[in-house]
Design a protein around this ligand. Structure first.
Ligand SMILES: Cc1cc2nc3c(=O)[nH]c(=O)nc-3n(C[C@H](O)[C@H](O)[C@H](O)COP(=O)(O)OP(=O)(O)OC[C@H]3O[C@@H](n4cnc5c(N)ncnc54)[C@H](O)[C@@H]3O)c2cc1C
Length: 239
């Protein structure tokens, strides 16, 4: 197998770039559909094109869809498009791009639409539990999650943050001086969360340290073994 595979659940997985020779392996692994998120011609176009892939998939009896996405311009529309495809295509489905990250982020965007709570499992009555819960997906939260996953790739980590955008604040001083583009300081949160971590798009409303739990804005509880708190601080003037 020449590609990296990440199984999100029984029905959906993402992978790095696949080749025609990988399709029989994908079929043998039980997948019924393939989605290509990598635009034809990207990076010089040395990878197999969508038309060739579509023909090869058809020959093997795999469903195929082409949903190209530029990694730096992911939007809710990509999530909506993926939802529509998933409603139609036989499962399990394997989506791929160059590294797998873009496909993962589109899946996250798809999960945020209409049913954001379900995406995090927080809407279920069942209590969600993680080894490590990180509150705040700013520079601190993302960095600590990445660092932990480097050392413990299988750690079950959740990052709780309601913001759909990530702001790189240190660059704002340069923006103020007129020497940095403010647009470059904002990126979709989904594109920065490490693929092995679960993003819970909610705010924490209460800490319950005696019970190793936090309460979310939607009222749901999340249990943890270790809690890392990095929501930064807010200025509230004189109170
Ligand atoms: C103009 C300016 C210039 C700066 N320059 C520098 C610099 O040069 N060098 C430097 O080191 N630092 C600088 N800083 C400080 C900078 O803010 C921090 O370095 C860095 O952004 C802090 O990251 P953070 O993750 O702690 O906080 P943030 O990036 O603010 O992230 C906090 C996250 O927590 C989330 N959050 C908040 N409340 C909750 C809640 N209840 N539940 C869940 N999530 C929540 C927020 O949505 C946010 O995404 C600057 C700041 C400013 C404003």
């Amino acid at each position: 197998m020449n590609f990296n595979l990440f199984k999100h659940n029984d029905l959906f997985s993402t992978a790095s770039q696949i080749g025609l020779e990988d399709l029989p392996i994908i079929l043998a692994a039980g997948y019924k559909s393939v989605i290509c998120n990598r635009p034809d011609g990207e990076d010089g176009g040395h990878h197999v094109g969508s038309k060739e892939l579509a023909a090869a998939c058809e020959a093997l009896g795999l469903a195929f869809s082409y949903l190209p996405a530029d990694a730096t311009h992911l939007s809710k529309e990509h999530g909506t498009a993926l939802r529509l495809l998933l409603a139609d295509m036989p499962a399990p489905v394997l989506a791929f791009c160059r590294t797998g990250n873009r496909s993962t982020n589109i899946f996250r965007l798809a999960n945020l639409i209409d049913t954001p709570i379900q995406a995090a499992g927080a809407g279920n009555d069942k209590l969600k539990q993680y080894e490590i819960v990180i509150v705040g997906g700013g520079s601190a939260g993302i960095t600590v999650a990445s660092s932990l996953l480097k050392r413990a790739p299988n750690a079950q980590i959740a990052i709780v943050d309601p913001s759909s955008q990530h702001y790189y604040q240190p660059a704002w001083t340069l923006v103020g001086r007129g020497i940095f583009d403010s647009k470059k300081t904002v990126r979709p949160m989904a594109s920065l969360i490490p693929s092995a971590a679960q993003w819970i798009p909610q705010a924490v409303s209460e800490f319950l340290p005696d019970h190793n739990r936090i309460r979310l804005d939607n009222g749901c509880l999340i249990a943890y073994q270790q809690l890392i708190v990095c929501p930064a601080c807010g200025l509230h003037g004189r109170r």
